[in-house]
Ligand binder design. Sequence first.
Ligand code: ADP
Ligand code: ADP
Ligand code: MG
Length: 670
Amino acid sequence: MFSKILIANRGEIACRVAATARRMGIATVAVYSDADALAAHVQACDEGVRLGPAPARDSYLRGDLIIAAALAMGAQAIHPGYGFLSENADFADACAAAGLVFIGPPATAIRAMGSKSAAKSLMQGAAVPLVPGYHGQRQEPGFLREQADRIGYPVLLKASAGGGGKGMRIVEQGADFDAALSSCQREAQASFGDDQVLVEKYLTRPRHIEIQVFADSHGHCIYLFERDCSVQRRHQKVLEEAPAPGMSGERRAAMGAAAIAAAQAVGYVGAGTVEFIANQDGSFYFMEMNTRLQVEHPVTEMITGQDLVEWQLRVAAGEPLPLQQHQLQINGHAIEARVYAENPEKGFLPSIGSLVHLRTAHAVSFQVHGADPGQPAAIRIDAGVREGDAISPFYDPMIAKLIVWGADRAGALRNMARALAQYQVVGLATNIAFLQRLVSGHAFANADLDTGLIERHRETLLPAPGAPLPDTLAVAVASLLQQQAQARTADPWSHTDGWRAHGRLHRTLVFTDEAGNHEVELAYAGGDRHHTLRVGGQSHVLQLDSMRGSDVELRLDGRVLQATVVRHDELLHVFDAHGHSRLRLLDPLAHAADGEAGDDRLTAPMPGKIVAILTAKGAHVERGAPMLIMEAMKMEHTIAAPAAGVIDELLYAVGDQVREGARLLDFRPD
Ligand code: ADP
Ligand code: ADP
Ligand code: MG
């Protein structure tokens, strides 16, 4: 076994690999960019080496620097994690040339599966079922369009070198083909440096079911069952679970055999995932093989009791697989939710900022077992960030993976609901409330799964904001009263006259949020005595019990309410039984809000680069017309016209880098 490895990654996966290495007595070397000098993954390792500036191409993608660091630090092997260099065959070759073990499959296997097109040709030879499509070399737009016409719409365009759903475009009809093709090619070129595409029949209501395979260098290859990753947005996984609901033993064995055939066709060694797209009738087709550890590998660890990183290290060191196929069993059910810094209400746009406040349920991290050896933990959180850390525009905006286990699916779902309810983040937008609605919605709860689930339930998953409940307003008022009692100093919340000890005892507080203004009349009794609150015509008795740090306890009409209240950027963040509410106390003395409605839609939502301008100075556009495309955080974002109007000025050119909030063009509505 190795005595020292270098972990060529960051965030949760680097922390997770470090934890297993530590348990196995293997020393670890972290690498980091300037954005990550103080990051959790650097602290999780024994030693660290700086690579370079924050952008990945100057740091985590610099294979030469990483290999030099491994040699300088005396590591024998490199674990690439996922993303970055994990599926880079040239890097695997360079490791071998430097005398280092690449903890992953042979470069030949990565190359064979690296192109979705070439992989499909190989699978055809191995008799693995394929989705109807065109995956050949010819790339002329006219020819590809003919192929799409032949396959029949809807078709899906994919970047052959793709991953993470990037570049993928659904084409509903021939007329849309050319625009979708150039957009797919542009994103493919920008993300992967390769604009080859393939065309596939777009299946309706399919499920994404993937098989975890593992092979060693002694000719053994087994599968560790399946994961259902059907719940996706923008072709990216949001929830993953194992086993797949409704999977029969027979189907599992058939998919397992197909996955093993796929792996063996390329001489696979190590951990890999064969992804299938499955129809509701159970028929399944090969999509691609991911030649690395998968983001969602923990659900497999939870149901098998195996540490897949330990398996990777053993196999890379030349040991045989720790278990044989018949020794593996499925124990219970596990679900993973990807907790992202993103804004589901704004098309899942990534959100950047600091984790000003971060609190979670009691959980284990990076462990396969819970407190009871042999028993999975009910809640596991794999995170690479701590309170105070930032989510930067340079890397994937994932905050953490929340993984739960239960004796059955219903038990796992209960643990997921509980863990999400206790997940508190202030400082940036997250998908936590969205995940809560997703896991409690009837479709997911009843395992009525397909890749269109989120899109189909959009309205319930992304409801119009509702007014806060009286309980929540009472918590907000209680926290203000507490703050007032604790600090009688100059305070933006206390300079209105109602708070003065000798001022009026009655006062109307107006809280505002996306749902509007919410009035609370407070008859203030002084100190912690019984105050009277009037909300929506109803009177309530409010008594403050305690406030420790950000935790508030109060009684409303005798009922005990417990909540956490965090003040940040003029907002009160209330976490209570009803979720996370963001309330602003309207200061009657302040000037009216100065924002111009709609204007924010003409500014850059995040730092990025202008990749296309679809309009011209002086042009007249209709409402919703795409005007400009930016690329940021590895995705394209379209800036559309907020109304019909005229473009007065374009303020940037293609290729320009823009900062967050930059005004992109001058627009005059009709
Ligand atoms: P999965 O393992 O579920 O197939 P994806 O294919 O979405 O996941 O990609 C795996 C992960 O790798 C992503 O969630 C992202 O964190 C990371 N990743 C993908 N592409 C890049 C990239 N170019 N640079 C950095 N990280 C990346
Ligand atoms: P990536 O490399 O980005 O992971 P995949 O080929 O694995 O690309 O596809 C990602 C997702 O896109 C799948 O999980 C599925 O939801 C959807 N998808 C892929 N191919 C098809 C198809 N032919 N029909 C319908 N949906 C598909
Ligand atoms: Mg995939």
